[in-house]
Design a protein. Sequence first.
Length: 409
Amino acid sequence: MLAGRYASRLYGAGCVIAALVLAGCGSGSRAAQAQPQQPFQVGVVTVHPQGIMVTTELPGRTSAYLVAQVHARVDGIVLRRDFKEGAHVGAGQRLYQIDPAPYQAALDGAKAALQKAQATLISTSAQAGRYKVLVAANAISKQDYDNAVAAQAQGAADVAAAKAAVEVAQINLGYTDVRSPISGTIGVSSVTPGAYVQASTATLMATVQQTEPIYVDVTQSTADLLRLRRELASGALQAAGPNEARLQLVLEDGSVYALLGKLEMTDITVDQTTGSVMIRAIFPNPKHVLLPGMFVRARLQEGINDKAMLVPEVGVTHDANGAPTAMIVDADNKVELRTITTTRTEGGDWVVDGGLNPGDRVIVSGLQKVKPGMIVRAVEDPAALAQATGGPAGSADLSTGASSATDTQ
């Protein structure tokens, strides 16, 4: 009897507890249904016109500032070499010694011929002086006097020719000392002691190159050149000042050369095979890091675009036709799809020249879950957005609404 009453009480208590649980679940479901869905939260960047330096990267090669090929200027046997290959040589420094014996003999012969011509001139001059007195006294004929004067002139000409021969002999003798015409680094010697060199074939003996400073020759297409001139003429680009136009080099290994260069000249002849023109720049090279013939890429400053708008790369997508697009949050917090015009990248941003207005808010986080016409909540700072959602900006969980839906499940 007592057991029955105890079981009845337990059953009644269980029913009450079950009713309370069902009532609680129903009220919670109604509360969840009554809670309004929060707008999707996106990270935006407000764009404004700003001045940026417009640069372009062009391929090129380095070339020596001065190049001197040392050739033989007289015939003869090379007696010795007076330099170390790869060393620095100064202007006027002797590089080779060619056998001077035959040229010394030629010089001595020319000097002897000069002395003979000078002696003859003395004799003919004295005879012309005597004949001048005699012809005045009618002691000799006028013809004899004229012959004496002509002999004197011939003697003077012989002296002049002999002096020239001495000078030529001295020059040829000097050419046996082969000297560097410029200061620079000398390369591999093309001849060795004992080799026979000839002036008639201009035997190449060595090459000296000056690489401080050094030239960098890059090529630019005529289409880009015309575009640059058109943008400068229209005012889309403002020309950089003479002290601002600098070039930066990117070396073959991807490293950036530490020193800046400046524009030297632009060639006026177009290469018919490539449709490009050559641009020459000059770079300091005190440590001789740059060697002639190296392949480099030069970043050329074209001018200043003071109307450019920068949009992070993550905020720019492309449609089916490949045209760049961006999602904009308008004044009513609705998402709008815009087709934009981009020209180049600047760091991690696209340079936008058309399709955006100053003050537009471009979505850079949460693009995967938005579509045109959708009402969203824009957060200006992507970092603040990441903090608000508890995850990195641009991740899948970027909305308060998504978090709320998770909490209610």
